[in-house]
Design a protein around this ligand. Structure first.
Ligand code: ADP
Length: 646
């Protein structure tokens, strides 16, 4: 037996053409079926109306052709018989049929676009709800930090935001196909019955070839478009930077406007040039081939019709009927502007939505609930404890925390310092259960925090992150969000604002606590960076009002200079005496007032003690503290090159 070469083996392992074709057709049908299932979201009444309308738009052109052809066929007899003859009467009836079909078509066609718009809006409204629901579904933050899922999310979210190529548009586009294909079916039956089924089959083949060429090209084109999601996201980002008010100041003072414009153009070309290239390959060659074939078949069919007519075997009526039907069928082998593009790209954005949803589902199971369920109220009395905790982000092989051992005493302030990238924020995310540890556990007074319901635990802990949110809502809401059940307790919010040192500034605002904190709204006002920090601190303090017992500040002060941060931390430590607080900073010199200091490096604790103990130990903390203090005394900020010596 001779050995098979690699190409022969590949040929043998390839599924047969028919099987590949079946898989292909199934995939296309599934895509359309999935999107069609969204249609009822536009409401039963609207769905039925749109379907009925499109059936009418499919039937009316056929009736028009029937009417006009019958009319034409009756002309010789009616002229002979004169007014009042039965031939004359049937000519009039045929005329009335054609006229009614014509008028109805004119009246109903604009409705197709209007109903399509309504369907789009309703389906997209539901799709947006669903997408927001998906984005907020997991207690953990994983899906929103997963590059791949973010690609899927922006694929659908951007389109929904612009109302451009959305699932709703795809639904409307699919419904519009009813009219086209019903018309095609009717016309084919006419040709088959009146002239020849062979001619009908040939015309059907040509039309479908054109359609498959068109739609297949569009599908391949959209796949190239989809594959370039990253440069596209960058392009959208530059558009936002160029248009959004927050960046407007910097763009001007740093002279960044030309740079942004250039990046916008470059990123656009980066994703569009491959698309254009493919367009030539995908559309042009098949188009020429299909057109040549179609020309031959169409010309052949029409020639056969002409030949039969010349031979006298086709009556005038049937000639008119077949000719009109055949040309209308050939016309249907084209791009459908009311359907094709929006259906193809809408399905793409829908696929992005489904991809994001599936990804979210994968993450959903990653939040653990241990039995028996316990209540965290009043905890910790003794300590929070990271017991040999290891963790790496889901899409990375690198361990960020490595068998971390860390005890945080209750009722005291603990500072965690370390260089950028040491794992401080990651530690906070695990404490907030935005991720679960890969190994080890976090306990409070010996109880694994996974025994608490995640929402109970979140009530227990207030965290202000470095990139804390500045909600474009009222000042009261911005503070009240620390404890949703007390959102309307204005007195408590005022008192908290006073403690955080922001009361006067809020009272000076045009509508006091009711002022929207954004100039983009009428009567709104912008706050300074420092004032926003105080608002964030007030939010954390308000969480205490709502029963929280642990507060974490994860460098919301990074924008301040070292002295201001040190003062800020000192105030905060005073304000929260007796509360379990965790202060995170990459500056060694700003947390000296904390009751205890922990130095984190490479995901491990490398030193801990009070400020004095750590200085006396003359280790890393002492070295970095002194270096940063000296630089600060010289009027400089801390520098990474010296950090690297740690
Ligand atoms: P720190 O707060 O000490 O500056 P982080 O905890 O933010 O450090 O980050 C620790 C390491 O984890 C860094 O190398 C960072 O690049 C990586 N990292 C942070 N967030 C993610 C993420 N969502 N996915 C993958 N890696 C991450």
């Amino acid at each position: 037996m001779t050995d098979l070469g690699p190409s022969q083996t590949a040929e043998m392992t390839r599924p047969p053409a028919i099987a590949r074709f079946t898989v292909f057709v199934r995939a296309r049908v599934r895509e359309r079926w999935e999107i069609a299932r969204e249609l009822p979201n536009s409401g039963t009444g609207l769905t039925v109306a749109a379907v009925v309308l499109n059936i009418a738009l499919g039937v009316l052109p056929v009736l028009f052709i029937l009417g006009t052809s019958f009319m034409l066929g009756r002309v010789p007899a009616a002229t002979k018989g004169g007014v009042g003859s039965s031939a004359w009467d049937s000519l009039v009836y045929a005329f009335l049929l054609a006229a009614a079909a014509f008028v109805l078509l004119q009246l109903l066609t604009p409705l197709q676009a209007s109903l399509g718009e309504l369907i789009t809006r309703r389906v997209d409204g539901k799709a947006s709800d669903r997408l927001i629901g998906d984005a907020l579904r997991t207690p953990g933050i994983g899906p929103l930090e997963d590059q791949e899922l973010l690609g899927d999310l922006s694929e659908s979210a951007d389109q929904l935001e612009f109302g451009f190529r959305t699932p709703g548009r795809a639904c409307a586009g699919l419904v519009a196909l009813i009219a086209r294909y019903l018309q095609l079916a009717g016309l084919l039956v006419v040709v088959g019955l009146v002239f020849s089924w062979l001619a009908a089959a040939a015309l059907f083949l040509v039309t479908m070839l054109f359609r498959c060429g068109q739609r297949g090209g569009l599908r391949k084109y959209s796949a190239v478009f989809r594959a370039n999601v990253n440069p596209r996201r960058r392009n959208y980002y530059f558009r936002r930077v160029g248009l959004d008010p927050p960046a407007a100041k910097e763009l001007r003072v740093f002279g960044l406007a030309p740079w942004v414009r250039e990046r916008y153009r470059d990123s656009y070309l980066e994703y569009m040039v491959p698309v254009w290239k493919e367009r030539r390959r995908i559309y042009l060659v098949p188009f020429l081939l299909i057109t040549a074939f179609a020309l031959i078949v169409s010309a052949g069919t029409l020639a056969a019709l002409g030949h039969s007519a010349a031979g006298g075997s086709v009556a005038l009526r049937d000639l008119a009927l077949t000719f009109q039907a055949a040309t209308a069928i050939i016309n249907l082998g084209s791009h459908y502007p009311e359907s094709d593009t929006q259906t193809q790209f809408g399905m793409l954005s829908y696929a992005g939505m489904l991809g994001f949803e599936r990804g979210v589902e994968k993450y959903e199971g990653s939040t653990v609930q241990l039995e028996p369920v316990r209540s965290p109220e009043g905890l910790p009395q003794d300590e929070l404890h990271f017991e040999s905790v290891s963790f790496g982000y889901p899409n990375s092989d690198r361990a960020v925390l490595k068998e971390l051992e860390l005890a945080i005493p209750a009722g005291k302030s603990t500072a965690i310092v370390g260089l950028n990238g040491a794992g401080k924020t990651t530690l906070v995310k695990l404490l907030g259960r935005l991720y679960e540890p890969d190994e080890g556990r976090i306990t409070t007074d010996g109880i694994d925090i996974r025994h608490f319901r995640i929402e109970d635990w979140h009530r227990q802990i207030g965290i202000i992150f470095q990139d804390f949110n500045c909600y474009e809502l009222s000042a009261a809401d911005n503070i009240g969000f620390g404890s949703i059940p007390r959102l309307n307790d204005r007195e408590a919010i005022r008192e908290t604002a006073r403690k955080a040192g922001i009361l006067e500034a809020i009272e000076r605002l045009p509508k006091g606590f009711d002022t929207p904190l954004s100039r983009q709204y009428e009567g709104g006002a912008d706050l300074s960076g420092g004032q926003w920090q105080r608002i964030a601190i007030a939010r954390a303090l308000f969480a205490l009002e709502g029963g929280a017992s642990i507060l974490v500040l994860d460098e919301p002060t990074a924008a301040l200079d070292v002295r201001a941060e040190a003062e800020f931390f000192e105030n905060f430590v005073e304000l929260t005496r007796g509360v379990t607080t965790i202060l995170i900073s990459h500056r060694f010199s700003s947390v000296r007032h904390a009751d205890g200091i922990v130095v984190l490096q490479g995901g491990r604790v490398v030193e801990e003690g009070t400020h004095e103990e750590l200085l006396a130990a003359e280790g890393r903390y002492a070295k970095l503290f002194q270096l940063q203090a000296e630089r600060f005394a010289r009027g400089e900020e801390e520098g990474e090159e010296e950090d690297d010596e740690l």
